[in-house]
Ligand binder design. Structure first.
Ligand code: SAM
Length: 250
C-alpha cells in the first residue's frame, strides 16, 4: 500500500513514521509512505500557502492553487485510490473505516492548517473528509498520523504473525479484556488464577466475560450494536448484577 501525505509541515512526520511497527513495515516494503511539502508548489513569489479569508474573520485559509497543483503532481494521470482531507466535518475514523481503507492500493492524505482549506480545493481534488474526533486540532498532520497508524495495522503482514488486529478493542464490537504480564504478584495484587493454569478453554471463557464486563462498565453504548450470542446476553445479566455496586458508587 502507498500513502502520500500532503502537508506544509513535513518535518512533523519522520519520528512517527520511522519508529516501531510503522518503521519496520516501511523497511519491509509493506508500506510506502511519502510526505510532500505543499509549499514548493505555490506559484506566488514568496511561496505563500495561505491568505486572509474572504468575508473577514480571524486566521488564515490555505490557498487552493498550491494544493491543487501538489495533488495533481502526487496523483498523476492514472490515480486509482482515495484522496482524503483530514478535517473535523468528516466521517469519524473507526475500526470499520480503517479496515476499509487498508484495502486500497493508494491513499492521499491532505493536511489542513490555520482556519482550514479553501473549499474549492476540497471540491476539486478530494474524495472524502475524515475526522479523528469531535475536537479541533491545530493542523491535520496529527490526524494523518493517527489515520496512517490505525490503517497500517490492517495491512497484511504489518503486525507480526503473533499479533492480530482482530483481537483488540472494537474489532468484535466490544472492549478488550484486562491484560497481565509478569510478575504474578505485585504489591499484594495477583494475576487472576485462571490465566496461570494453561486451560485455554477456561481462559477464552474468562476473557469473553471480562470483555463484556469492560464494555458494560466503560462503553455500554457498544452493547447495542455488538454481535452477542445468547450466552453473552446471559453473562451480561449476571454482570449487571455484579457491577451494580460499581455503578451506584459513581
Ligand atoms: C484549526 S483546524 C481548522 C478548523 C476549522 N476552522 C473548523 O472550525 O472546522 C486546522 C486543521 O486541522 C485539521 N483538523 C482539526 N481538527 C481535526 C479533526 N478533528 N480531525 C481531523 N483533522 C482535523 C484540519 O485539517 C484543519 O484544516
Amino acid at each position: 500500500m502507498r500513502i502520500d501525505i500532503l502537508t506544509t509541515f513535513p518535518e512533523m512526520f519522520p519520528g512517527v513514521l520511522d519508529t516501531s511497527i510503522l518503521g519496520r513495515a516501511r523497511q519491509q516494503g509493506l508500506l510506502e509512505i511519502a510526505c510532500t511539502d505543499i509549499r514548493p508548489f505555490s506559484a506566488s513569489k514568496h511561496k505563500n500557502t495561505d491568505d486572509y479569508p474572504f468575508g473577514g474573520g480571524a486566521g488564515m485559509v490555505m490557498m487552493p492553487q498550491p494544493i491543487m497543483d501538489a495533488m495533481e503532481a502526487v496523483c498523476g494521470p492514472d490515480f486509482n485510490g482515495r484522496r482524503i482531507y483530514l478535517g473535523p466535518r468528516g466521517r469519524t475514523l473507526n475500526t470499520a473505516l480503517a479496515r476499509e481503507l487498508a484495502r486500497e492500493e493508494r491513499l492521499v492524505l491532505l493536511c489542513g492548517h490555520y482556519e482550514g482549506v479553501d473549499q474549492r480545493a476540497l471540491d476539486a481534488c478530494v474524495d472524502e473528509e475524515i475526522s479523528i474526533g469531535d475536537y479541533i486540532l491545530t493542523g491535520g498532520e496529527l490526524a494523518a498520523m493517527v489515520l496512517v497508524d490505525c490503517v497500517a495495522r490492517f495491512v497484511p503482514g504489518v503486525l507480526g504473525s503473533a499479533e492480530s488486529p482482530e483481537e483488540e478493542s472494537f474489532s468484535d464490537g466490544l472492549l478488550e479484556y484486562p491484560q497481565y504480564t509478569r510478575p504474578r504478584e505485585i504489591r499484594g495484587m495477583a494475576v487472576p488464577e485462571v490465566l496461570l493454569n494453561g486451560d485455554h478453554a477456561k481462559i477464552r471463557a474468562w476473557r469473553r466475560r471480562e470483555s463484556l464486563r469492560a464494555t458494560l462498565r466503560h462503553r455500554p453504548d457498544l452493547l447495542e450494536t455488538a454481535p452477542l450470542t445468547d450466552k453473552d446476553r446471559k453473562l451480561l445479566r449476571e454482570l449487571e448484577e455484579e457491577e451494580k455496586p460499581c455503578f451506584s458508587e459513581n
